[in-house]
Design a protein around this ligand. Structure first.
Ligand code: SF4
Ligand code: SF4
Length: 235
């Protein structure tokens, strides 16, 4: 597919195959603005303009097989510059959803399976999660101006529930401090749930709408459980 010398028999393709997709791919005028603006252009020969054309031509097997839809970061820059309003990120998610779930790239597949089973992509037990949060809070409390700081876990009726990206309790705990210091300085009434705290929804990234919904509903359940009306979902 990436071989520029490959000859495609257009008459053998079903051009109407993806007509029902709501991404306006058939309006593409092949201007190339998306390719110029895309931060992933060139990785594994990825070219969003070509991907749009492949969808327009109905090249189903090729678009499922290619790594291109997984190279895309879903950042949306292409859509921002496209003069025809082609919704490439949405199109990419639909392409991802056509892959067999077992054939989604390893880290995403494993992370999603773990999240569905345990509530977070790391499989971190609740007590370990609480231990990490409290340890970070103790470090903050040692800093001038933050004496007595505590992390309000499972605070009933707080003004704001924030989700947590799994890397913040794994390799980037320093970043937690930035968030929490801002909350503290702003006098925010906030909380974090001790269960289903994961903000990263790999159901969304992998085009798995069913599991995306499960993970989203889990967050809403925590809002209901803690009677919190506002959500900060920094993903
Ligand atoms: S920017 Fe839009 S119209 Fe231009 S090539 Fe990309 S998808 Fe097609
Ligand atoms: S959404 Fe994907 S295709 Fe569009 S600019 Fe970002 S990485 Fe490129």
């Amino acid at each position: 597919m990436n071989d520029m010398n490959t000859t495609i028999d257009l008459s053998a393709l079903d051009h109407d195959r993806f007509k029902s997709w709501p991404n306006d791919q058939d309006y593409c005028v092949t201007c190339g603005l998306c390719s110029s603006d895309c931060p992933a252009s060139g990785i594994d020969d990825f070219d969003p303009r070509k991907l749009v054309r492949m969808v327009g031509l109905g090249m189903k097997d090729e678009i499922i097989e290619t790594r291109w839809s997984w190279v895309c970061t879903l950042c949306g820059k292409c859509q921002n510059v496209c003069p025809m309003g082609v919704q490439i990120p949405s199109m990419v998610r639909q392409i991802r959803s056509m892959r067999d779930r077992d054939a989604t790239p390893g880290i995403l597949h494993k992370g999603l399976e773990t999240a569905i089973q345990s509530g977070n992509n790391l499989g971190l037990p609740r007590e370990d999660f609480i231990f990490i949060l409290e340890d970070v809070a103790e470090e903050i409390a040692e800093e001038p101006g933050f004496e007595g700081f505590k992390v309000p876990i499972d605070k009933q009726g707080a003004g704001l529930l924030t989700t947590i990206h799994n890397k913040l309790v794994n390799t980037h705990t320093e970043d937690l401090k930035h968030w929490w210091k801002i909350f503290h300085a702003a006098g925010e009434d906030w909380t974090v749930s001790s269960i289903n705290w994961e903000g990263t929804n790999w159901g969304y990234f992998t085009g798995d709408d069913e599991r995306m919904k499960i993970m989203t509903e889990r967050i809403v359940e925590q809002m209901d459980r803690l009677e919190v009306k506002n959500l900060l979902w920094p993903e």
